[in-house]
Design a protein around this ligand. Structure first.
Ligand code: MTE
Ligand code: MO
Length: 395
């Protein structure tokens, strides 16, 4: 991006779209469903999601707020500063030499996943997503706590947050930024890493090349890409993506009432229990009495998914699906660190089409999903984890 961004021929640009130039964005797989081109936002079709426990990089959803920055990994460096005893800058090579490398299996999900179902109830602001703003990957990097230890931070101050700021200029005329509590960052079982690789290869440009945060168990918004700064701050980040977005309000709060409520609402951090049916898709035709495998995903915030229920009659009767693949990190003593999704299947001998298929998941804390999306509708359309319903037509 031009160093003089925001200035054209020395004049300040007032049109907020002008400084965002997407000509340098990378090319993408034609299999992604595009929800917005500029900035690029695209999701994985449900049928593809359940084919891979580890989502291939080119099929992994992309959620950008601005143009993808072009960063040379050889000259790249990020800073660590703020309320630290020892501020510093680090290059990628220095980071890679500084600590043991770890690989964490973790699912990223956008807080806006399944927003379209909320839109169907009442309009909401935000990019429309079906069920595919989610993906599971193997992330390699170094623990964030190993980097922060060099900065001499007061670990006894419970107010401290770690703010990540990205390189790119967003449509919203700000750098993308967000923060997490220092306690999550320093928790050896929190598994927050600074990652340079995804599924064994250097990060692709869309997914944060050369370095991003991966904050397992938190909404995708906190896993900041293209990290430029890491700031230790008192309280949460003041960045608009922490303060004026990703917050929950009552269904009765609309845009005319929200102004004074932003400051009173807590930013979303941890994910809730979520599940969705990926196969069949809504309005799919399945001949009556044919055998069929219903498939989907389920996920919580590190808590193990213990049951996924599926109904073939709009939620009247339920059957328990087989969890066919779940992250095995707990077997290494990683209790409550099920950062990856579970994939599940229910084999039906005679599919009772036409019908409405419904799913809901339970985690080990017995948390489950609300029955109706209307009860959790919110003006930004975030965190929709209502029972997922799919209408199937007969033939
Ligand atoms: N710098 C930067 N980081 C970012 C974003 C962004 O637009 N800019 N989007 C966030 C959001 S809302 C999500 S859901 C995830 C998406 O990560 P992905 O595009 O690799 O799937 O990145 C997060 N990190
Ligand atoms: Mo997101």
């Amino acid at each position: 991006m031009d160093v003089l961004h925001g200035l054209v021929n020395g004049m300040k640009v007032s049109d907020e779209k002008v400084h965002c130039d997407y000509a340098g964005d990378p090319t993408r797989s034609s299999e992604l469903i595009i929800n917005s081109k500029k900035p690029f936002n695209a999701e994985t079709p449900g049928g593809i999601l359940v084919k891979h426990f580890v989502t291939p990089v080119d099929l992994f959803y992309v959620r950008n707020h601005g143009p993808v920055p072009e960063i040379d990994p050889k000259t790249y460096e990020f800073s660590v500063s703020g309320l630290v005893g020892q501020p510093f800058k680090m290059s990628l090579a220095e980071l890679q030499d500084s600590a043991n490398h770890v690989t964490i299996s973790a699912t990223l999900m956008c807080a806006g996943n399944r927003r379209n179902e909320l839109k169907d109830i009442k309009p909401v602001k935000g990019v429309g997503w079906e069920i595919g703003a989610i993906g599971n990957a193997e992330w390699t990097g170094v623990p964030l706590r190993d980097v922060l230890e060099k900065a001499k931070i007061d670990l006894n101050n419970p107010r401290l947050h770690v703010e990540f700021v990205g390189e790119e200029d967003c449509e919203e005329i700000t750098k993308y930024g967000s923060s997490i509590p220092l306690s999550k960052a320093m928790d050896p079982k929190g598994d927050v890493i600074l990652a340079w690789a995804m599924n064994g290869k250097p990060l692709s440009r869309d997914h944060g090349h050369p370095l991003r945060a991966v904050v397992p168990g938190f909404i995708g918004a906190r896993s900041v890409k293209w990290i430029k700064e890491i700031n230790i701050i008192d309280g949460e980040s003041q960045n608009r993506f922490q303060q004026k977005d990703y917050k929950l309000f009552l269904p009765s709060v609309d845009w005319d009432k929200v102004d004074e409520l932003w400051d009173k609402s807590v930013p979303i951090s941890w994910l809730a229990v979520q599940s969705a049916i990926c196969q069949p898709q809504n309005n799919e035709v399945i001949p009556k009495d044919q055998p069929y495998s219903i498939k989907g995903y389920a996920l919580s915030n590190g808590s193990r998914i213990v049951r996924v229920d599926v109904s073939l009659n709009s939620g009247k009767d339920w059957q328990v699906a087989d969890i066919v693949h779940q992250d095995k990190q707990e077997q290494k003593g990683w209790e409550n660190r099920y950062w990856s999704w579970s994939l599940w299947t229910l084999n039906v001998d005679k599919f009772p089409s036409p019908c409405t298929v419904v799913c809901r998941a339970w985690d080990i804390c017995s948390n489950t999903q609300p029955e109706n999306a209307a009860s959790i509708w919110n003006l930004r359309g975030v965190m929709n984890n209502a029972w997922h319903r799919v209408n199937v037509k007969g033939a």
